[in-house]
Write a protein that binds this ligand. Structure first.
Ligand code: DX5
Ligand code: ZN
Length: 219
C-alpha cells in the first residue's frame, strides 16, 4: 500500500471557472484530477465530454483520472485518450466486453481501470486484474457528488487489497464517494491508496483547498 493520494473530483468545482479550479487544486497539493463523465443513461446525470477534458489539459500537469459512467464505452475511448486523459476507468456493466475495452484503452498508451459499483461483486475483475492499472471502488451509487459513504464497501476494499498484493503489481486501489475526514482514514485502513474527494476538497472555496487536501491526506 502506497502513501495516500487525493484525486479531487471536479464535479464539485465551479463549472463556470473550471480551468482556474483545476489550476487551484494543482497548486493546493492534489495528486490527480478526477473527471466524472456521465451520460444521462448509464447514470441519472449528465456532466462533461472530451472537449472539456481537452480544454482543461493545459491548466494542470497532474495526471487526469477520467471516470467514465457511460454506456457503451468503446466508441468514446479514443476521444478521451486524445483529449489528454492519463487513466481511463469504466464500469464493466457498461460493456459489452470489458476485456476488449481494457485492451483498447491500453492501445492508446493510457492506464486502464475498472470501477465496481456498491452492488458489483469483486469477482467482476477475475481474469482481468493482471491487465489493470487501477481498481476503483464506488462507495456511493454513481451519479452525484455529496452522497454518504456506504460502509459495506470497506470489506470490498479489504478483499481487493489482498488480491492486488497477490499480483505483485502496482495497481492503484481508489475509492470514490462520500470521502470526508471521517471516512478517509477508514478507507485507507481497509487498503485504499487513492481517494477521490469532491465535496471535501472544494468546500470553502479556493482559499481552503490546500488545507482540505492536507487534512484528507493526513490519515
Ligand atoms: C459520483 C462520482 C464521484 C463524486 C464524488 O458518481 O463518481 O466522483 O463526484 O463526490 P463526493 O466526494 O462529494 O462524494
Ligand atoms: Zn468519480
Amino acid at each position: 500500500q502506497k502513501a495516500t493520494r487525493i484525486a479531487p473530483s471536479i464535479l464539485s468545482a465551479d463549472f463556470a471557472k473550471l480551468g482556474e479550479e483545476v489550476a487551484a487544486i494543482t497548486a493546493a497539493g492534489a495528486d490527480m484530477v478526477h473527471v466524472d463523465v456521465m451520460d444521462g443513461h448509464f447514470v441519472p446525470n449528465i456532466t462533461i465530454g472530451p472537449a472539456v477534458v481537452k480544454a482543461l489539459r493545459p491548466h494542470s500537469a497532474l495526471p487526469f483520472d477520467v471516470h467514465l459512467m457511460i454506456a457503451p464505452v468503446d466508441a468514446y475511448v479514443a476521444g478521451f485518450a486524445e483529449a489528454g486523459a492519463d487513466i481511463i476507468s469504466f464500469h464493466p456493466e457498461a460493456g459489452p466486453h470489458p476485456h476488449r475495452t481494457v485492451q483498447l484503452i491500453k492501445s492508446f498508451g493510457k492506464k486502464a481501470g475498472i470501477v465496481l459499483n456498491p452492488h458489483t461483486p469483486v469477482e467482476m475483475i477475475d481474469y482481468l486484474i493482471e491487465d489493470l492499472d487501477l481498481i476503483l471502488v464506488m462507495s456511493v451509487n454513481p451519479g452525484f457528488g455529496g452522497q454518504s459513504f456506504i460502509d459495506s464497501q470497506l470489506r470490498k476494499i479489504e478483499i481487493l487489497r489482498k488480491r492486488i498484493d497477490a499480483t505483485g503489481k502496482p495497481i492503484d486501489l481508489e475509492v470514490d464517494g462520500g470521502i470526508t475526514v471521517e471516512t478517509a482514514p477508514r478507507a485507507v485502513a481497509a487498503g485504499a491508496d487513492l481517494l477521490v474527494a469532491g465535496t471535501a476538497t472544494f468546500k470553502g472555496g479556493p482559499a481552503a483547498y490546500a488545507e482540505n487536501i492536507r487534512r484528507l491526506k493526513a490519515v
